[in-house]
Design a binder for this molecule. Structure first.
Ligand code: F6P
Length: 494
């Protein structure tokens, strides 16, 4: 097993003398006004959770968009603040964008153009020139902040995150003195579509050229790497080497590799064993709260890629087809609102509420209802109690880069009594081979898989969960970080 200290040592050895920077749209710490004064929050989502331990271990600077209403009042004259606030370990440099800039860059091009395009779902991407201009403009703001943070350092390593910042690598590299050493790497947290889907984008060339200024680009799985290589070849005419996973373009070589992201297994495992969680399990299983034999759980950002509608339909079909489970099965879904200024997300929130209500109304008997839909973040004790005691956790995206909820459930299911039902279209399927796989569009098959999960003998549940836990424990977030940094190291040396 790799520890935070191992990663720290690795960075110190492979990037000795390099200024260390991370760049992402989402910031790891958000200052917010509350009636009790300014509070610091951490965002939902895997990116910041995965990278914060690294930054805490190695120090350095994280450049990110300021998003809290009290952010501006909590930085110095260089827009910097030391974080985590209680025990500062690294510098957060905030980039400011106006509401209009965020609308075009984040809610617009990032989440209405690139997000649906890369997930290849039936939500039409919006191809809007003003979104694109806003995206270019905001990428310039981030690139400028990165340049300022690099300052006069002779050597710098910049690790850029995700689809919001595809133009930053080229912008940072351009004009950077050749005699100083700059290593650029990018991690792509979502799927990369097939080259012909990507070619629909009117600005596909610019995005690919921006990304190819990197020395290394990481994707979750091989399939996305292959799609990326093909995109560079077909759209740009770059020289893609499918054997060595490299792209040569304008004399620069970019390495491409798969690194499936992960979670902090040990921390989650420990939290799930805490006495407060054990106490909460009794509450969850007690007749006043969920007086049923079988419990299912789902946890998502409210996003059309997550397959929440398909999941509810499958539960409905399961109860119709196997009426013996009526009155006996309850499914708790926690949906965290996300990107709520985007019309497709607003509509989805409403559709989910309506469908949950319709299904509950259809089966309502006494005080039993099959769906408990909680909009918002669940209290951690209840969440972990559900993860520990649930018979089944359903993760059913219609397409997902990887999906960390699946791994979180595995890490928290310490008694090995739960079954993971996982969509075939989540990147995590490549690793979590002992889950039960479903096609979320195949409602009949999905309904049957829920039955199979609930009826699975305890011995088989335990065997499968032990295998899953072994895999996730060995391949945790520190291993992900170490693998990525090791690859950076071989590029630095080479
Ligand atoms: O999964 C892609 C991703 O951008 C993650 O990197 C991030 O943690 C999550 O979606 C949440 O997105 P947002 O920053 O838009 O809330």
């Amino acid at each position: 097993m790799v520890s935070a200290q191992d990663v720290q040592k690795l960075v110190q050895s492979v990037l000795r003398g390099y200024k260390f920077l991370i760049v992402s749209n989402r910031e790891p710490y958000i200052h917010m006004y509350t009636p009790e004064g300014v509070k610091v929050k951490t965002p939902a989502g895997g990116l910041t959770a995965a990278l914060d331990p690294l930054m805490q271990a190695v120090g350095g600077t994280w450049v990110a968009g300021g998003s809290g209403d009290a952010d501006r009042e909590n930085v110095d004259e260089h827009d910097r603040v030391r974080v985590p606030p209680q025990n500062p370990k690294y510098t957060l440099r905030r980039v400011w964008m106006s509401k209009n800039e965020v609308d075009k860059f984040y809610f617009g091009f990032s989440n209405q153009t690139l997000w649906p395009l890369c997930h290849t779902v039936f939500e039409k991407p919006v191809f809007d020139k003003s979104f694109w201009s806003g995206y270019v403009h905001s990428n310039r703001l981030f690139a400028q902040a990165v340049r300022e943070e690099i300052g006069s350092a002779e050597k710098a390593f910049v690790w850029i995150q995700d689809y919001h910042l595809t133009l930053v690598p080229k912008m940072v590299r351009n004009g950077f003195p050749k005699k100083r050493k700059l290593v650029l790497a990018h991690f792509w947290h979502i799927p990369w579509p097939t080259w012909n889907v990507f070619s629909y984008l009117p600005w596909a060339r610019e995005i690919l050229e921006g990304l190819l200024a990197n020395d290394l680009i990481g994707f979750h799985i091989r399939n996305y790497c292959m799609n990326f290589l093909a995109s560079t070849e077909k759209i740009l005419g770059a020289k893609a080497d499918y054997k060595n996973y490299t792209v040569e373009y304008n004399g620069h070589i970019t390495h491409v590799k798969n690194f499936p992201i992960s979670i902090d297994f040990e921390t989650i495992d420990k939290l799930a064993r805490r006495p407060e969680v054990k106490k909460e399990i009794k509450v969850v299983r007690a007749p006043q709260y969920i007086p049923y034999k079988y419990i299912g759980v789902g946890v998502d950002r409210i996003d059309y890629t997550k397959g929440i509608i398909e999941r509810f339909r499958a539960i409905d079909r399961f109860l119709e087809k196997y009426p013996q489970y009526q009155n006996n099965f309850v499914f708790v879904e926690a949906g965290a609102p996300s990107r709520t200024r985007v019309p497709a997300y607003m509509e989805l929130g409403e559709r989910i509420r309506q469908l949950a209500d319709e299904i509950n109304w259809k089966y309502l008997r006494g005080y039993w209802k099959p769906l408990i839909y909680i909009e918002g973040k669940m209290d951690w004790k209840r969440l972990f109690a559900l993860y520990r005691t649930a018979d089944v956790c359903i993760v059913s995206p219609i397409h997902d880069g990887l999906n960390l909820v699946a791994k979180e459930f595995v890490a928290a299911n310490v008694d090995c009594t739960g079954v993971l039902v996982l969509s075939k279209f989540a990147g995590a399927t490549e690793e979590l081979r002992d889950a039960l796989f479903v096609n979320p569009y195949d409602i009949e098959g999905f309904a049957d898989a829920i039955k199979t999960a609930l009826e699975m003998p305890m011995e088989e549940r335990k065997r499968r969960m032990k295998n899953l836990r072994r895999h996730v424990a060995e391949n945790d977030v520190y291993r992900w970080l170490a693998d990525f940094i090791t690859e950076v190291g071989s590029i630095v040396k080479g």
